[in-house]
Design a protein around this ligand. Sequence first.
Ligand SMILES: [Zn+2]
Length: 86
Amino acid sequence: MYHSRDSSGSLITILILVGVLLLLSLIQGCSSSTAYNNGICPYCGGAYQFKETVGHRYSTHYIYVCNKCGNLIESSTYFNPPGKNN
Ligand SMILES: [Zn+2]
């Protein structure tokens, strides 16, 4: 009887897959919104300016450049430029 051995093996595979997916979603969630930092550059305190839209195969990304030090970030979320909200 090898049925029990097979089922435990697939259970471990599923657990590993779930773990990897959770890890990937955590990494992606962190990188998108914290990089923009509400439009303030964490290195010099300058303001991020919208530069261009980059189309990837499955998604669209937005490039922002700091107007003081030129630090470049790529975000999967479009942010309204600061000062244009009101
Ligand atoms: Zn900067």
